[in-house]
Design a protein around this ligand. Structure first.
Ligand code: ARG
Length: 259
């Protein structure tokens, strides 16, 4: 997604928006109990005050993020690479994209992991410094030896405003879903490019619940900590194709300097 130019994205948004009008009703009927993140449900921003979304200067939501301090947001490198601070606005405290709740903060500085090239090579982490301090409670970072949060089967929580199906439209409201941490060998079977040193997989073997386009940069929460950042996957919620998340604890030291 980082490689996608803004023009392409805007065109895509226009196409999706018109397709959504046609597909919206059909899909709402077909997916009645399965229409959120993918396979999730509505989440309250009051319960998850740390979750934010990123928009273009024109207000188009393209990624998620997590407040880890009162003026610091962690997101994915593929969300911010090649962008200038003026290209990104951080929206905090707003569950409904169409409401005026919370605040929209400009960005003062963008840090992208210096070794980031593309999502399948890891290091998909970025830190935004806001121009202002916000009052929403941040989410703690994991410590470097927080091995427990990456144990297979640990319950993970993902949040975002991304698409509700692989070919669906983005969500107007904040959505949440539960995805268990997957064992590294299982993820390697799904994706030969998977790197257990810098990534972690989460999802169900049979699929059905997952993050999707537009959720990137948002949090994977385990045990009340920011365990991962939504990074990549093939399709969304497909069987045998879990979501891949940045293994955040690995970056504790480098993030310490940025946060
Ligand atoms: N890369 C996507 C984005 O930019 C996130 C993809 C997550 N995919 C998945 N199947 N979990 O929003």
């Amino acid at each position: 997604m980082g490689a996608t130019s803004r023009v392409t994205r805007l065109l895509l948004a226009a196409v999706l928006a018109s397709a959504a009008v046609v597909a919206g009703l059909t899909q709402a009927n077909a997916d009645q109990e399965n229409q959120q993140i993918v396979g999730g449900s509505r989440a309250s921003i009051a319960d998850h005050p740390y979750v934010v979304y990123l928009t273009t200067a024109e207000g188009f939501q393209f990624c998620g993020g997590t407040l880890v301090d009162d003026n610091k947001v962690i997101t994915a490198a593929h969300c911010t690479a090649g962008k200038q601070p003026a290209d990104v606005v951080v929206v905090a405290g707003r569950e409904d994209k169409e409401s005026g709740a919370g605040l929209a903060s400009p960005v003062r500085q963008i840090w992208v992991h210096p070794e980031f090239t593309n999502v399948r090579s890891g290091n998909d982490v970025s830190v935004l410094t806001l121009t202002q301090r916000v009052q929403y409670a941040p989410l703690p970072l994991p410590s470097k030896d927080d091995a427990d949060i990456y144990r297979a089967g640990q319950p993970g929580l993902v949040l975002g405003w991304g698409r509700v199906a692989a070919d669906g439209q983005p969500s107007r409201y904040l959505l949440r879903a539960g995805v268990p941490i997957m064992a590294d060998p299982d993820c390697t079977k799904s994706y030969p490019a998977y790197q257990p040193t810098t990534m972690v997989c989460a999802g169900l073997p049979q699929g059905g619940v997952d993050t999707c386009q537009g959720d990137s940069g948002g949090p994977l929460v385990v045990d009340g900590k920011l365990a991962g950042i939504t990074s990549w996957g093939e399709g969304c919620a497909a069987p045998g194709k879990p979501g891949v998340y940045t293994r955040l604890a690995v970056y504790r030291d480098v993030l310490e300097d940025q946060v």
